[in-house]
Design a protein around this ligand. Structure first.
Ligand code: PSV
Ligand code: MN
Length: 439
């Protein structure tokens, strides 16, 4: 598939204008067809319906964060990648390109105040023209950006009432912005906590947080949901007010049915069994959604599937098990990426992440659930492991590519992206020094 298709003069190098013919020029080759045939033969033998699988994979969509389209950074520095989107419109264009190539995303998750639209109608129209919707809105009370009072000592859980009120008002403003552009959810992540023993009163700060969130919850339209994220540490290193899924869940229960827990894969201490957390939350109808990324040590925000693909597969196994046994319905769960790109081109990183998520999902669909349950119930430990491994070790890339091509996407999105020299063109258009808003 190594075709190089140069951009012609008439074909605008702008992202949103990649043509169908440019995408199709890379259509699946003989190797793809033969791989798919062989895989299909195997799947049919195991009693699976290949067209159903392809339809399910094609239907699965993941929202992209508006803050992950530029270079991220660490506290030691930030290295520009060039051609970063200079405004919200350009961010939408980047995501529009991702959508065209991968057919795996049709929504963007905005972070306020990084992405306040200047003209709501225009931004809505722009998104619509690119086939994009607005997913959950994210509030930001973890930074100072010129607001009256500082969030240095916390926001919704701050000891000062006026700071809490300011943070509540910010969240309400985010809801109002979201309403204007058709979002249906608010994601709250709080950096609130303390760095040293004695610095904060555990119970008071928790109670202030609950009270503040109750006020925000009451301001949400009745068809909105609130996703409450947890994180064990960082930026605070001694205590975080919402450190884990349990605390998030107990707060959500006090808010109401439309408040649920958001699982960010990077927000766990090393070796935490995240798939079990997912299962427990589903059992309690308390799983709001995901922030996909990957990590080796902490909140590393690395490309999804790059470090622990087996864990990602096991998480999807839990999610899929709910389809057959009546646990929380999958369509009530939101899917988003939350990553940061320090050394990679963000668009390449996102293409890889969307692919890794689709692969994990596809593999999980192959698990023979009734055989697995039989093995579990009869104490067949080795048998149960074999069933999971049989699915995990299957190369499903041709299935995922086929789903994408049938939806009008590229056989190999990364190859098309590189062959069309998208980043080079973006650098020409936007310059080397442009910096996207975000982390
Ligand atoms: C915090 O680490 C977090 O995961 C939250 O979702 C924030 O909104 C996002 O990252 C900001 O980069
Ligand atoms: Mn997150």
């Amino acid at each position: 598939m190594n075709k190089v298709l140069p951009m012609t003069k008439t074909e605008n190098p702008q992202l949103m204008n990649i043509t169908k013919s440019q995408i199709q020029a890379f259509e699946g080759d003989e190797f793809h067809k033969r791989s798919l045939e062989l895989l299909s033969e195997k799947l049919v033998k195991s009693g699976l319906n290949v067209s159903n699988l392809i339809a399910k994979i094609a239907a699965f969509q993941i929202a992209v964060p508006s803050w992950a389209l530029g270079a991220g950074g660490t506290r030691f520095g930030r290295f520009s990648i060039g051609g970063e989107p200079r405004n919200l419109e350009e961010k939408l264009e980047d995501i529009g390109l991702l959508a065209q190539l991968t057919k795996k995303t049709e929504a963007v998750s905005l972070h306020i105040p990084w992405d306040i639209p200047e003209d709501y109608m225009q931004i809505k129209a722009k998104a619509e023209s690119l086939g994009l919707k607005f997913d959950a809105m994210n509030s930001n009370t973890f930074q100072d950006y010129g607001q009256k009072e500082s969030y240095k000592m916390g926001s919704l859980g701050n000891a000062s009432k006026s700071i809490r009120d300011q943070a509540i008002a910010h969240n309400v403003e985010v809801i109002r912005i979201g309403e204007k552009i058709g979002s249906k959810a608010l994601t709250v992540w709080l950096a609130d906590g303390s760095n040293f023993p004695g610095q904060a009163h555990f119970r008071n700060s928790l109670q202030w947080t609950i009270d503040s969130l109750k006020k925000i919850y009451r301001e949400m339209p009745s068809d909105w949901k609130l996703l409450l994220e947890y994180k064990p540490y960082e930026p605070n290193f001694y205590h975080t007010i919402i450190p884990d899924w349990g605390t998030s869940s107990l707060i959500c229960r006090q808010l109401g049915d439309r408040a649920k827990v958001l699982v960010d894969l990077g927000h766990h201490l090393p070796n935490t069994n995240i798939e079990q957390i997912v299962a427990t939350l589903m059992h309690q109808n308390q799983l709001a959604g995901f922030h996909f990324n990957d990590s080796k040590y902490g909140d590393d925000d690395l490309t999804t599937g790059s470090i622990k693909p087996y864990q990602l597969f096991l998480i999807f196994c839990e999610l899929i098990s709910g389809d057959t046994d009546g646990a929380q319905a999958r369509d009530s769960i939101s899917w988003m990426i939350d990553a940061s790109h320090n050394v990679k081109d963000p668009l390449e990183d996102l293409i890889q992440a969307l692919e890794a998520i689709a692969i994990a999902y596809a593999k999980a669909l192959l698990v023979d659930r009734s055989k697995l349950e039989e093995a579990q119930n009869s104490g067949d430990v080795a048998g149960a492991q074999e069933i999971l491994q049989a699915a995990f070790q299957t190369d499903v890339r041709s299935l995922v590519a086929e789903a994408r091509m049938q939806s009008g996407g590229a056989a190999d999105p990364l190859e098309v992206y590189r062959s069309l020299k998208v980043r080079e063109n973006l650098i020409k258009e936007r310059g080397t020094g442009s910096k996207a808003t975000g982390m």
